[in-house]
Design a protein around this ligand. Structure first.
Ligand SMILES: O=C(O)CCC(=O)C(=O)O
Ligand SMILES: [Fe+2]
Length: 233
């Protein structure tokens, strides 16, 4: 795992404010990505497997990790959360929403427990040919953290084609804008889970964002989803 102090966090935060997403280059190295993929079939790590078609979530499969998380995932959650909490607090402040997010991950997790949200939400996803993920928001209870992360575990054009990460941004009383990103193996993308503030002439308004994955044409695509809030079930 890359040194978490390496990214230029000022520009990451600026991108989050301006666009609602930001990238982190090469957060994991190739071996770390390969290791996570290699453990996909090892049931000891997971609490639940979701076959996406069954819920009409798309086509593909994902698995929720169980606690304790693999050390690298625990480290990602603990080290990235405090970098994002100030952004989350700024968003909620300008939108006059809810209580502040604590500075450290352990405190946020304790807050999740008071909402009955105790189950891990980190997941690994696998899509084959035709695989896709319909546009959604990852909410697992009343308490949510407004930014999450996806890690790209294999290489587009080499390991798979198609399968772009897609976001939509819904501005009040307007149609949705689509944003498509393609990342390299080991890169991470931080993005808005639910909504974010955008400044208008009469102050800040709320822009809703959803995300999904376009159809994989060939090969297999693996990602790791790091959501910071825990789930009710
Ligand atoms: O596979 C992807 O790129 C998207 C996964 C996803 O929906 C998530 O990480 O929340
Ligand atoms: Fe998601």
């Amino acid at each position: 795992m890359a040194n978490i102090e390496n990214p230029d966090w000022a520009s990451v935060r600026e991108n989050l404010h301006q666009r609602g997403y930001a990238q982190l280059h090469q957060l994991l190295n190739a071996e770390e990505c390969d290791q996570l993929i290699a453990e996909y079939d090892n049931p000891v790590h997971y609490r639940k497997t979701i076959v996406m078609e069954r819920y009409r979530f798309g086509l593909g499969e994902y698995k929720y990790f169980s606690y304790p998380l693999p050390p690298i995932i625990q480290r990602l959650r603990e080290s990235i959360y405090p970098k994002l909490a100030p952004v989350a607090n700024q968003w909620m402040h300008v939108l006059s929403q809810g209580q502040p997010y604590p500075a450290h991950f352990a405190e946020f997790q304790a807050l999740c427990r008071t909402y009955g949200q105790t189950k891990p939400t980190v997941l690994i996803l696998k899509y084959g040919q035709g695989g896709h993920n319909t546009l959604h928001r990852d909410l697992y209870g009343d308490l949510f953290f407004p930014i999450q992360m996806v890690l790209f575990l294999n290489q587009p054009e080499q390991d798979y084609t198609g399968g772009e990460f897609v976001m939509t941004e819904q501005i009040p009383r307007a149609q949705s804008k689509a944003i498509v990103v393609k990342r390299q193996k080991g890169d991470a993308l931080l993005f808005t889970t639910n909504f974010r503030p955008v400044k208008g002439s009469k102050g800040y308004y709320r822009v809703n964002m959803r995300h999904g994955v376009s159809e994989v044409h060939d090969g297999q695509r693996y990602t790791l989803g790091v959501i910071f809030h825990d789930a009710l079930t």
